[in-house]
Ligand binder design. Structure first.
Ligand code: ZN
Ligand code: ZN
Length: 237
């Protein structure tokens, strides 16, 4: 639709710098911490966006808000969604958002090309046919990431993958939860506090016994190592 130079001329690096700044501010906002949009704008124009004007950086931020809206993700309240942007820009911003989470698993066993096409799971799509991209740096962006990862359905997808069978011992979930679903707990093989990612490639669905075993047993390291060969799609971090 709109293919004017000003819209399409942005390099991937410029768009990515905008997305990074946006996510940084979003985290601060979600944590009720102060931030200054004008300062961030200036900072960007001193660095990667030196070719851009203040208003075009501002407009780019509104584009990102529009994409966050589309994906059902939280957005910065101060940046109203700019709806009338070319679909090319939307697609590129989405791609950058997804790629952030995808980079480390691009080389995983299922093959890279397919994985890079993985889209962010939209909340309107209840069927999870593709693994959601998850969150690469959960400890850096705590409050927002908890929300994001919930939106991205990492936990839901891992539970679905297990089909109600503990991925540790192969037994059926010991009981059903209040909604009548098999009760299993999602565990991160490399713990989040140690810098593990919140992605399906780092998470397993476990019965409470196996979950405790991962955390407290004398053989927790050996027990944990086994998952990488027994569960498809996991990736050691
Ligand atoms: Zn188990
Ligand atoms: Zn755990």
């Amino acid at each position: 639709m709109d293919t004017s130079k000003e819209k399409t001329g942005w390099s991937d690096e410029e768009l990515e710098a905008s997305v990074d700044a946006y996510l940084k501010m979003l985290v601060l906002e979600q944590q009720n911490q102060p931030f200054n949009k004008a300062d961030e704008n200036r900072l960007l124009r001193k660095g990667p966006l030196s070719k851009r004007s203040a208003s075009s950086v501002e407009y780019r931020m509104q584009n990102i808000s529009a994409v966050m809206d589309q994906l059902g993700l939280p957005r910065i309240t101060g940046y109203v969604s700019a709806k009338n942007l070319g679909s090319g820009v939307i697609a590129r911003i989405k791609e950058i958002l997804a790629k952030k989470d995808m980079e480390a698993i691009r080389n995983s066993s299922r093959g890279g090309a397919q994985l890079t096409r993985l889209r962010l799971v939209e909340p309107s799509a209840p069927e999870l046919n593709d693994a959601p991209p998850g969150v690469l740096n959960p400890k850096l962006t705590n409050a927002t990431v908890v929300r994001l990862s919930r939106k991205l359905n990492v936990k839901k997808w891992v539970l679905k993958r297990s089909q109600g069978i503990c991925e540790g011992c192969g037994q059926k979930a010991p009981f059903q939860d209040a909604d009548g679903k098999p009760f299993l707990e999602v565990h991160h093989l490399k713990h989040l506090v140690n810098g593990g990612t919140d992605r399906t490639s780092n998470a397993v669905a476990l019965c409470p016994n196996c979950h405790r075993r991962c955390h407290y047993s004398s053989d927790k390291d050996e027990f944990t190592a086994k998952f990488y060969s027994s569960v498809e799609g996991l990736e050691a971090e």
